[in-house]
Design a protein around this ligand. Sequence first.
Ligand SMILES: [Zn+2]
Length: 428
Amino acid sequence: MTAMSEGPSPAVDAVRARLWGAIEARRDELVALVAELVRQPSPLGHEAAAQAFVADHLRASGLATEAWELDDRLRTLPEGGDSGVPFAGRPNVAGILGGAGGGRSLILNGHIDVVTPEPLAAWTCDPWGVTIADGRMYGRGAFDMKSGIALNLFLARLLRDLGISLTGDLIVQSAIEEECTGVGSLDLSRRYRADAALVTEPECGRFTWAHMGVLWFRVAITGKAAHAMIATQGVNAIVKAMPIIAALLELERRLNETVHPAWAAVEHPVNLNVGVIRGGDWPSTVPGACELHCRLGFFPGQTLPDMHHLIETTIAGAARADPWLREHPPVVTYDGFQSSGSIVSLDEPWVRALGRSHHRATGETMVPVVGTSINDMRYFNFAGIPAGCYGATGGNGHAADEWLDLASLVPTAKTVGGFLLEWCGVAD
Ligand SMILES: [Zn+2]
């Protein structure tokens, strides 16, 4: 190859014009694709139907498509995690559009799983029903991230229909378990190599170049059951959870005192969430057991063993101050996410190419942002495949009345489509 200045070739310019024309002309098809995916509920353990839809779509677009069940050993790999849900019947899916040769390869990755719509009473519409109003599509996953899965499928379909041949390989992936462990994309990052990976998470037209690590942990607190009429003869495990929660919130406060430079502009980047509390079963019984289920974010560079140690010493310290807990120390265990944060350089050639495409499609400079949650880009970065996130606009992810801004679909598809043409190259 000869040295060239950075930027797309005239051949890419011509093909981009055709692709963008088709994106605009077939916008309704993209909206319908998101809607069809939302109507396939895919919370943890129920991904099968949605993944079958994805695999069929990729096959119909001419991609060499595979669907396979994950290996249980992924659960115990470094940066893996265990959801406790068997892998049978919940495959990962990937399709390859082989390039003509000589170009750079690209992974378009997304996750098929969605979080539960609970509490259902907070929704003003059916979370699986697809309600479209005022330019928004409401539904669980419409935003995070059936929008991104649909964009990836749509672009592959347009390449086929327009007869566009890339020089590098395009690999479209649909992962399970992004929302609880990440093992779906951990698996994908070990099976496929590429020169870059774009995760089409709905980042509202911004580029996520750094995100934090996340770990989940449980704290089991033992009390002593008794009839409530003689409550002082028992030990209330729910009440004993209070000093533990207070100590964890104090740990969160301290962790926000020393902030990684990438998060300097973010208010309160470290979040410790007491997400679940389970204890007791009867109003007239002093509860003999209580369990907290928590999530803690941490910066790249902080290690999992360090964070485990901090959590355990924090809880042990709180227990020492309480005569009962000193004798009956809470037990800490780990499940779900156990994975570090990651960072990709904004000087990566593919990131600059994405930025150029964003500017061309929207007239605006692509804004880099950092995430305070975790996402699947990390596995590709860990595997030496530079990766970041870019995708559609919306709101209420992981909340009631999740919505997708339908007007964002076309510019997002243009940005990603224009980028993949430039990055992978166009064959004559
Ligand atoms: Zn997501």
